[in-house]
Design a binder for this molecule. Structure first.
Ligand SMILES: Nc1ncnc2c1ncn2[C@@H]1O[C@H](COP(=O)(O)OP(=O)(O)OP(=O)(O)O)[C@@H](O)[C@H]1O
Length: 601
């Protein structure tokens, strides 16, 4: 019976006396007062800081040392009145008593599949897997690869393609395991899923959507769609794209048609889409059916999983697992219940089991190139731990420290000195990209062709700018982070982060637009003095600092002043034009309203 006794505070002796209660209350009040004083002092310090004039950045500043702890500072830390426990109750939790004892820190235990990955080499210089020797791939695909100039497979392809194909061999009896792949930017992840999917779907004769590929943006969806198109040439496999670039009705026509005999029939086998557009079709396209899905591929998986766009995962799951025929033990019913094999890809794949849990992966298999070896010498075999993300080996990383007011000038001086072309410059906002373009254009005059590209730009002009940048007709493309992920622009020489990246993932993806497919590339980040420590902590490694000296900037001050003047004029002009167009639209609307009212009368 003792086991079921709840020991309540107060049940057995030590009763809290009125004095103890008041003492406790006094401590709490003192603590609140102390916090208040701390906040006031902090605010005063910040105000003082703001009021003191800025020092020359070159001048060394001495950081004031923290004053040693005075008894005054400690005066509020009073010992709490402890409730005495009778010796026989020590092992019991007394409700209401202070639980001051610290809990021991729990070790992070990864699930088996995360702790035992297959390690992929990130070396793209010494390739060993010849396409002609990869017997798991069928002849048609091997020939297609050769025709596209691919002689050797990259490490991620050499590991993942045979594994996925093998996992499909007994797919009718055993569910194939799901796959997660984390490999650096530009290491060839796209072909690692395109080839096994195409080869597997070749065996099916009835047309149904059997592979669904989800991507975070329109441009990426189009890129992957083109890859599938290339490798399905000469087969009966049809690929579709729904990303919002086309009108909704046009997309619907591309997906299904109605047949008197069979009802709704799918027109495609593989569907490449963005999450938002997928949900629209799940809700509104008659006959859109994903119940024969064999593959669910999520590229840039961490980004797609972060996106809560229309709650895509909920709608997709609901659609896949809805059983129209409710007769249990019917073969059709059982078959419909089968989950598709999920393939997740990213250069920054989340290793947070909680996030991945959302996808209910089935016995997942992890392929990763970001590993750290446990250098504990006492252990016989070094343990391999999945580490943070890796950058391509061919990438050179540097940073420049400059003050805010001369940042565009420093960028100009650096670009001029290094004679850089085919360079991407990342800014944090559309306005910032626009202003930087105007400034650089008036600084460089006609020596460099500079364009800006942002999500504000509509599809066609965006494609045009991207294509002329790829051809080398545009030297400098100023952009926002919408271009940071996944886009494959061949031959980018340099990536400049004009605005410092806030997150490591942002940095990795921006920098990953260069040094792709084994080519070399340079990533430069412009930082203000106070951003340097945080940036170094973010990268967790030392990178080289490049100097742009004062003497380089001095001769440019007049030019810079003129460029700033031109920028002001241009911005004012744009604002005027914008206002005028808003006013004229308002006028037109008023006129229309009057007309409608009159016609009703
Ligand atoms: N085996 C190969 N041999 C030569 N080039 C290849 C090979 N595989 C892929 N490539 C090329 O490498 C480039 C990068 O490939 P891909 O876009 O698949 O990289 P990724 O790993 O998906 O990059 P990101 O993480 O940035 O999306 C592409 O231009 C592609 O054509």
């Amino acid at each position: 019976m003792d086991l079921f006794v709840i020991n309540r505070h107060g049940d057995s002796k030590p009763e809290v006396t009125a004095e103890e209660e008041t003492a406790k209350l006094a401590t709490v009040l003192k603590r609140i007062e102390r916090k208040k004083q701390q906040r006031i002092r902090q605010r005063e310090r910040e105000r003082e800081k703001r009021q003191t004039p800025k020092k020359n950045p070159k001048q060394k500043t001495t950081v004031p040392k923290r004053p040693p702890k005075t008894p005054e500072a400690d005066e509020f830390i009073e010992p709490q009145p402890k409730i005495k426990r009778p010796p026989d109750l020590k092992s019991f939790t007394i409700l209401g008593a202070s639980t001051a004892a610290k809990k021991p820190k729990a070790d992070r235990v990864l699930p088996q599949w995360l702790a035992n990955p297959t390690v992929i080499s990130s070396d793209l210089q010494e390739l060993t897997c010849k396409v002609s020797k990869l017997k798991e791939l069928d002849k048609g695909l091997r020939e297609q690869l050769k025709a596209n100039g691919v002689k050797y497979l990259f490490p991620v392809q050499a590991e993942v393609i045979p594994w996925v194909l093998q996992s499909r061999q007994n797919a009718d009896i055993m569910f194939p395991r799901d796959v997660c792949v984390s490999a650096p930017t530009g290491s060839g992840k796209t072909l690692a899923f395109v080839l096994p999917v195409v080869q597997t779907l070749k065996q099916f004769t009835v047309r149904k959507i059997r592979a669904l590929v989800i991507l975070p943006t329109q441009d990426l969806a189009e890129q992957v769609f083109k890859s599938f198109k290339l490798y399905t040439q000469g087969t009966r496999i049809e690929v579709g794209l729904v990303s919002g670039k086309q009108m909704f009705q046009a997309e619907q026509k591309q997906l299904v048609y109605f047949n008197e005999c069979f009802g709704f029939v799918s027109k495609i086998d593989i569907l490449v889409c963005t999450a938002g557009r997928l949900v629209n079709h799940l809700k509104s396209t008659n006959g859109f059916n994903l119940q024969a899905l064999e593959f669910l591929i999520i590229d840039e998986a961490d980004r797609v999983l972060e996106s809560v766009q229309d709650d895509w995962l909920y709608h997709l799951e609901k659609h896949i697992y809805t059983i129209q025929n409710r007769k249990v033990l019917n073969v059709c019913t059982l078959q419909r219940q089968r989950a598709p094999q999920k393939l997740l890809f990213s250069a920054t794949l989340t290793q947070d089991p909680e996030k991945i849990e959302k996808l209910s992966l089935f016995q997942p298999k992890l392929f990763t190139s970001s590993v750290v070896e446990n250098s504990n010498e006492s252990e016989e075999k070094p343990m391999i731990l999945t580490g943070k993300y890796t950058t391509p080996k061919e990438l050179t990383e540097k940073y420049i420290v400059c003050s805010k007011d001369v940042k565009p000038l420093v960028l100009y001086a650096f670009l001029k000195r290094e004679n850089l072309t085919k360079t991407l410059v990342f800014t944090h906002s559309v306005e910032s990209a626009h202003r930087l373009k105007i400034l650089l254009k008036s600084l460089f005059k006609k020596r460099l062709k500079i364009e800006e590209i942002s999500s504000n730009l509509k599809g066609k002009s965006r494609d045009e700018f991207i294509s002329s940048f790829t051809k080398g007709e545009v030297d400098l493309l100023i952009c926002t982070d919408f271009l940071a992920r996944g886009i494959d622009l061949p031959g980018v020489n340099c990536v400049i982060s004009y605005s410092a990246p806030k997150y490591l993932k942002t940095y990795i993806h921006r920098a990953g637009r260069t040094a792709r497919a084994g080519e070399s590339g340079l990533a430069v980040t412009l930082l203000h003095e106070e951003q340097v420590p945080a940036f170094k902590t973010l990268l967790k490694k030392e990178i080289e600092e490049v100097e742009v000296g004062v003497e380089e900037l001095e001769g440019l001050s007049e030019k810079y002043k003129k460029a700033l003047g031109k920028l002001k004029e241009a911005v004012n002009e744009e604002q005027k034009v914008g206002m005028e167009s808003v006013l004229s639209k308002k006028k037109a609307f008023k006129k229309l309203k009057k007309k409608v009212i009159n016609s009703v009368k």
